[in-house]
Design a protein around this ligand. Structure first.
Ligand code: GAL
Length: 411
């Protein structure tokens, strides 16, 4: 049976014994100490949602050193790096067999991880890697169970800047040991993710920590306390509109858990993977940006069509995602398959997405009362790159099937 330390709310260490009053000054001090200690090594990373690329959606378990180098080159050549896509993340499939001494070397497709990291860094990019708290990863490769410190040390030595840590086979351990008790399951999950976070911190290298627990145990309520800069809010995204929208439109109500240094992660992008239409691709990038979600492209960047590149590289949309205050948006209106989502931006403006999940074009009414506004003086259509006339009260927008109209309004 795997060991797990008991879960204690990080706040509980600061709660006074029953019956003893706490003066405001000491309480304020304790809260300050709590905030500082809790965020040490976390908050200064991922101050905006991480942007980059991940190998899984396109390359799956066959990823190689050559693919990573080609992706790094493509990020530079396409201009995506300069738009903020800086993380080049190797997902599952890099691992070799653990040696008797406990080291986990890469497999034959990755001859020299340090040299690969140097190559990525030389291009102004950062390198990400992947492991699991279980004995095996989801694709059946070696996980980090019982070797957390060795693995974290190796990642730091190679020059890794980002770790995605994926629950995978540890789910079975939880099923066996938690006996269907959700609180115990949550404690066990907290303990294993916290353990790797401590191991990463002990290396002294700043490493963005991505917790991938598939939305289990309401990770948004505790993953940040386990050191995560981002955590998955649901199941794996698949390469089709239904999966993308099922995940994207189910993110309502999570905004209170996100902010600079700690983000909800609805999973990676499927734009450019040959299935989403342009309207569907614009829907994913718009929704993810309104959600302040991490933007990790999941396609083969070295063979990308110009339309996919134009979608991924729309800097007006990316600016919404990367808004410095990091306030995640929410649904404010819905009528059957039509939805309006709003995100408040720095400086009092709003990003607004009008989504049509139906298969025919439709006119969606936007009533500014939804935003507490009467008029909008400046109206920008960020997919059309054009300024629209001011809105008095309300306005109707034609939205393509499976499409979106994405606006930035200034009152
Ligand atoms: C899944 C995860 C995917 C990918 C895959 C690798 O659990 O959600 O994003 O990492 O494992 O095996």
């Amino acid at each position: 049976m795997a060991t797990h330390k008991s879960f204690m709310s990080p706040l509980s260490v600061f709660l006074p014994p029953v019956g003893r009053p706490v003066r405001f000054t000491s309480l304020a001090m304790l809260i300050t100490v709590f905030c500082l200690s809790n965020r040490t090594g976390v908050a200064q990373l991922a101050t905006t949602p991480p942007m980059g690329w991940n190998s899984w959606n396109h390359f799956e378990n066959k990823i190689s050193d050559a693919d990573i180098r080609a992706t790094a080159d493509a990020l530079v050549a396409t201009g995506l790096r300069d738009s903020g896509y800086v993380y080049v993340n190797i997902d599952d499939g890099w691992q070799g067999k653990r040696t008797e001494s406990g080291a986990l070397p890469p497999n034959e497709r990755f001859p020299d991880m340090k040299a690969l990291a140097d190559y990525v860094h030389a291009r102004g990019l950062k390198l990400g890697i992947y492991s699991s708290p279980g004995r095996l990863t989801c694709a059946g490769n070696e996980g980090s169970m019982g070797h957390e410190q060795e693995d974290a040390k190796a990642f730091a030595k190679w020059g890794v800047d980002y770790l995605k840590y994926d629950i995978c086979s540890y789910r079975k351990v939880i099923e066996q040991d938690a006996h269907g008790d959700p609180e115990l399951a949550r404690q066990m999950m907290f303990a294993v993710f916290d353990k790797m976070h401590s191991a990463l911190q002990a290396t002294g290298r700043p490493i963005v920590y991505s917790v991938s627990q598939h939305g289990l145990s309401r990770g948004w309520t505790w993953a940040n306390q386990a050191g995560a800069n981002l955590w998955r809010t649901g199941d794996d995204v698949r390469n089709n509109y239904l999966s993308v929208t099922e995940i994207g439109f189910s993110q309502g109500g999570l905004s209170q858990f996100a902010g600079p240094g700690h983000w909800n992660d609805p999973d990676m992008l499927e734009i450019g993977n040959g299935v989403l239409s342009s309207d569907e691709g614009r829907t994913q990038l718009s929704l993810w940006s309104l959600l302040a979600a991490p933007l990790l492209a999941g396609n083969d960047l070295s063979k990308m069509d110009s339309d996919s590149l134009a979608i991924l590289n729309n800097r007006e949309v990316l600016a919404i995602d990367q808004d410095i205050e990091g306030r995640q948006g929410n649904r404010v209106w819905t009528e059957g398959p039509l939805e309006i989502w709003v995100r408040e931006l720095t400086g009092g403006s709003f990003a607004i997405g009008l989504f049509n999940r139906n298969q025919g074009p439709v006119d969606i009414p936007l009533d500014l009362k939804l935003l507490g506004l009467r008029n909008a003086i400046k109206v920008r259509d960020v997919w059309q790159h054009s300024d629209l006339p001011p809105i008095q009260g309300s306005e109707t927008f034609r939205v393509a099937p499976h499409g979106v109209v994405l606006l930035v309004l200034h009152p």
